[in-house]
Design a binder for this molecule. Sequence first.
Ligand SMILES: [Zn+2]
Ligand SMILES: [Zn+2]
Length: 310
Amino acid sequence: MECVLLGSGGMMPMPYRLLTSLAVRLNGRIYLFDAGEGAQLGLKETRIGVRGIAAIAVSHLHADHCLGIPGIMMLRAQTEAAEPLAIVGPPGIERFVRQTHENLGFYLNYPLQFKEWAPDENAPAFEDDQVRILWAPLEHSRFCLGYRLEERERPGKFHAHRALALGVPKGPSWGSLQRGEPVTLDDGRNITPDQVLGESRRGRHVAYVVDTRPCRAVYRLSEAADMAFLEGMFLPEDAEHAESKDHLTVADASRIAARAGVKRAVLVHVSPRYDGETLSRLEAAAKARFEGAEMGRDFQTYQVPLPDKG
Ligand SMILES: [Zn+2]
Ligand SMILES: [Zn+2]
């Protein structure tokens, strides 16, 4: 699993910093988190491409998080036999996308599947055979959602000696058991995966939380995450400004990451007021509170290791 940061900025795209958009890639499938104006540039620059995008999870209906969606939809329609595209987000996201599509009348060659957050909705925002994406409301000037992508549990370790002791011959049956499928031996005995596999292993977890004041949902979404992309919009000395605008400072973000037990925190949604040189000051302020924090950089790829390194 790898996370590709298409952009790390907030509010407006700048020549030196695109708007925050994150692509999580797993086995060729891409889960995109937010797409502000110019998100296509990040997709081009990182060669992520659009064909593999299975879902776009939108935090909220502020322009810097959703204006890039129509362009991505159009670009995706230039590839053949594309799979359905899921777009999930706050109430109003379906209307925004459908009306834009209707008004601009652009060509689509794949179905759209929408899911909007609802108050008593416990179901994940999105799921497929690889991952599930959870969501929770944050505290921002507009209704805003944070996300947590969880890779599905992986089957436990395969114990060859157990298989041999049970008389399972080395070959295709081993593969079936490793994938979690039962097999029937030539003598008619049935062998189930739990007889030869260890405990199932946790998958990788990635949090994506931007545009919020500090609140409990940030902790919940990022708890023990292998990697968390958190808003680090302002320097600590601009905290008053952050609070009045419902944003996090780098100090807020790294403090939360440390307390939530995040392994690695990448801070994003950096204010356009800071140029490239200020990045090192932002990073120093973040690292002062959490050694595992760093400032996100446009077009950078972050490998997410397996929790047990196996
Ligand atoms: Zn924003
Ligand atoms: Zn916002």
